[in-house]
Design a protein around this ligand. Structure first.
Ligand code: HEM
Length: 533
């Protein structure tokens, strides 16, 4: 146990996870009965031993990497499903790539993404009020409004990134400065995302941001604890844990509620008098109010409701994007000098920035194909989730796989092993290698010859494109709707960094840590930066 704790040091999730695992283990041994299909093989379970399922579960705490590799080789790659003994929640049925389409095409009342998210994130306790998650109007706002308003959001995010870089990395052109990478990325992503969500001045209010970040971390920790506790303890422990979330929310609401009230007043005046001299900002708050009016949902115009909906959206946006860009920067800085990754990116960014006269638009950002590839490749090789597209079985009679014929019971989870697909040599040659321009090479070649070839490559190889082979944003109708924003946000972040700072490469890539079934980059890594002369 000590060895595991050592290995998991630095993680805010690890220690509570280990403690609650002990309770879970007792719970599993004493009370829980497995109703998973008996005709499905398990990975990591040796049935000749006592407590074989329990042993497999414990194994997955420190051996998820090996178990997934074995499961892929023995079953997934042969078109078969198997049971993965997840250590931080119910065991999962992982289907092969050939069943992904079936998995994604099931209606929500058969295989539910929302119910999986709700259960695995402790939705009844973590998001302030069950109502907010049961009727996820904030997801609806993101689906309806974010992508169509990207053009307006781009200059705002660029401005916020520039200010944030200067605040945290400084403007010293003489001396190198050591900066904590993950913290820097968290602040950049937090401010840039909140410029899109709440606008100025709240997006850069230190108390607001600090509490929003703490809230998103609360959700990660609390949901890890709840996932391993038996359900009957949730009403008590869940409520206790949620006190911290409520506290952090109240520190954000202190700023958001007056801000939203003011927005509502301006918007109402503008509706009544179009000549009123006020420009409507394009941000989440405005989108939610406009959608609430259009759909006649007065509750969604209530400042308290809006301020609360900002919490799950921040949760969806902050950690995912922070870990993604932290990994991308590490991968780029650790790439061998002979590959010319930094130079290749700088060249592309400088030329494109000059050609668009320093004004980023959707069109000019689309020209950053190497940058796009460098991030997408990092999302492939340094993915932080290992399984994805997880769904909860809804019908009381369970759900039957159409080819393999097993039946998964109500309440069980079905998903796919994304990590092994991303590391399959038949799909990605030299899969363990970070080949920054893997996806842009073909695009650059096609753009030289232009025509149909370019269109084809453009569609398949860009960062926001999901497929059965690239699953970081998942795939199908529930694929992350924030991804189109993320593409621009992260390209601009790298562009600002490389246009304005010299950054020292890393001599070797620091290893990411496997924590159960997740893989996290080092949180204590610092890099050396200097403002360009
Ligand atoms: C690099 C950053 C991000 C990654 C890797 C990511 C990944 C994901 C994944 C894997 C899902 C689950 C899809 C499924 O269950 O099939 C998801 C869902 C979602 N994401 Fe993201 N996400 C990111 C950033 C964002 C941002 C910035 C936003 C909002 C501004 C956002 C909003 C959402 C929403 C609303 C859903 C729920 C979609 C649904 O259930 O239909 N995400 N994301």
């Amino acid at each position: 146990m000590e060895a595991i704790l050592d290995a998991l040091d630095n993680s805010q999730v690890a220690r509570p996870l280990i403690l609650t695992l002990t309770i879970y283990v007792l719970w599993t041994v004493l009370f829980a009965s497995s109703s998973l299909p008996s005709d499905l093989p398990w990975i990591g379970r040796d049935q000749s031993k006592v407590f074989s399922s329990l042993r497999a579960t414990i194994k997955s705490v420190s051996k998820s990497r090996e178990l997934l590799a074995e499961g892929y080789q023995k079953y997934s790659s042969k078109g078969k499903s198997y049971i993965f003994p997840t250590c931080d929640g119910p065991r999962e049925i992982l289907v092969p790539r050939s069943s992904l389409r079936w998995l994604l095409e099931q209606p929500d009342n058969v295989l539910s993404a929302a119910e999986y998210h709700n259960e695995s994130l402790g939705g009844d306790y973590n998001f302030l009020d069950k109502y907010l998650i049961q009727d996820a109007f904030h997801d609806h706002v993101i689906y309806r409004s974010l992508t169509r308003n990207l053009q307006a959001v781009i200059p705002e995010v660029w401005d916020e990134l520039g200010r944030t870089f200067e605040d945290i990395w400084g403007t010293d052109r003489e001396d190198w400065k050591e900066v904590p990478l993950m913290d820097s990325m968290m602040t950049l992503v937090g401010r840039a995302s909140n410029r899109m969500l709440v606008g100025t001045p709240v997006c850069r209010n230190k108390e607001y941001l600090a509490n929003m970040m703490k809230y998103t971390t609360d959700v990660v920790i609390n949901s890890a604890i709840l996932r391993v506790l038996p359900k009957f303890l949730h009403p008590v422990i869940g409520r206790m844990l949620s006190l911290r979330n409520q506290w952090h929310y109240s520190r954000t609401a202190k700023y958001t509620i007056p801000h939203i009230q003011e927005r509502l007043r301006h918007m109402e005046r503008k509706r009544n008098d179009p000549s009123y001299g006020w420009e409507q900002p394009s941000d989440y708050i405005t989108w939610q109010i406009n959608l609430a009016i259009a759909e006649n949902k007065s509750i969604e115009m209530d400042p308290v409701t809006i301020s609360r909906r900002l919490m799950p959206i921040n949760f969806a946006a902050i950690h995912t994007t922070t870990i993604t860009i932290t990994n991308a920067v590490i991968d780029i800085l650790s790439a061998s000098a002979s590959k010319g990754v930094l130079e290749g990116l700088r060249e592309e960014i400088e030329e494109t920035y000059a050609a668009c006269n320093g004004v980023w638009t959707k069109a000019s950002l689309a020209l950053l194909v190497r940058t796009d590839s460098a991030i997408r490749e990092s999302m492939r090789v340094s993915n932080f989730m290992t399984r994805n597209a997880l769904r909860r079985v809804m019908p009381a009679a369970g759900v039957t796989h159409p080819v393999e014929n097993w039946t998964a019971p109500q309440g069980s989870y079905i998903g796919i092993d994304m990590h092994s697909i991303h590391h399959d040599p038949e799909i990605y040659p030299s899969p363990a290698e970070y080949d920054a321009f893997r996806f842009s090479r073909a695009r650059e070649e096609a753009s030289a010859s232009a025509g149909d070839a370019l269109d084809k490559v453009k569609k398949t190889e860009s960062m926001s494109t999901t497929s059965g082979d690239f699953l970081t944003f998942s795939h199908g109708r529930h694929a992350c709707p924030g991804r189109f924003f993320v593409v621009y946000e992260l390209k601009m972040l790298l562009a600002f960094m490389l246009l304005n700072y010299d950054v020292q490469p890393l001599t070797e890539r620091p290893q990411n840590k496997w924590i159960g079934g997740n893989i996290v980059p080092p949180s204590d890594l610092s890099i050396r930066v200097k403002r360009k002369a």
